[in-house]
Design a protein around this ligand. Sequence first.
Ligand code: FES
Ligand SMILES: [Fe+2]
Length: 402
Amino acid sequence: MTVEDAPGTATPGRSRRGKAAEPGRQDWKSWPHYDGAAAGFRGYWYPVTWSSHITGKPQPFTLCGERIALIRDAGTAYALHDRCPHRGVPLSEGDQQFPGTVSCPYHGWTFDLPTGKLAAVITDGPGCRLTGKLGVRTYPVEERLGMVWVYVPVADEEPHPIDSQLPEELVSHPFVMGGRIEPRGGNWRFACENGFDEGHAKYLHRTALWRLFKPMPTWNITRIVPKGRWIFRVQEEVHWEADFPGVGHWSNKRWWKTRPPKETFNIGNTGKADRIDPVIEAQEFPGFASLSMPGVLRIAYPKFIHYEFYVPVDEDHHRYVGVMVNFTEGWETLRFYAKYLGAVRWLFHGQFSGQDAWMVDVTDAPPEKLYRPDISLTAWRNLSEEEYAKKLAALPGTEEKA
Ligand code: FES
Ligand SMILES: [Fe+2]
């Protein structure tokens, strides 16, 4: 993976002299898999909703452009294609007439939840000849982090274990968490790129209440470091103010905000911490922001980690899943919940993250003219391109379907 390419250097058809050429990158053809993933990368697990929201009453969701009905039966969550093969009525409009099944509301075609097979047709009597001969597609389901996750296959392959896709530290340590799931406008790739975007946080979020008492830097020098299946943003230089020739002085420092730290830091984005949670410290993250497939952002702060999962709904919508995790147990968890419900949920997962939602909804690219800090975007696109090519290579016969 070439993570240190200057953004824009590989633009096909880019002319330095030609007057007719538009500046920058006209399309994403140099990342063909990424370009083709407008409705999401198939072949991954995606969080859909809170586990507690899935009950015996089926509910509709769209994931990677596919309509899915989620329902719980005897404690287990099931996902079925949300379309009755009879006349195309959504199964999520129906209900349960027999244990282990869901029935379409129109004529009572009844489907077995584990297999999706047509188990009975109520209005055709017990001798219905279609029974057992057809059915609806089912999707693998798991529950993690208090959420229902659905695997969207590339073809008909078996899914990889969900734990191999989760942030490693969440699989191997107990934790408490709080989170927010929100349907949002804009393509999932804009959301993902925004999350890892080096340049925007210090400027867009300078007005966030979450940052009311802490200054944000003016500009940074950043490097992208790959580690395992993640890429990390590593801050080499942090500048808290600058003089722009012929324009003026700019800084986010204010008299009421804390003073910026002297040294460069790589945990959290407003300064160096006195004490770092031992679980977080043991991960030896090279930088505070990291990203992995299929669009999982991790921001490591000294005492908690914030994750964002960008879940593709369709080409123009995604689901934002923001999760704040603290690696504590026992009485300490009460302190976490108080902090989460009292502040983090509103200030961070609410207003701060709402600024991101606003930008993601109004981003319109390509075309685009990337600038130096966009090395974070190109590194992510390179990573996804490489990882997805590897995934397809491991699934014989699927390359042409992707
Ligand atoms: S449309 Fe589903 S049973 Fe007729
Ligand atoms: Fe942001």
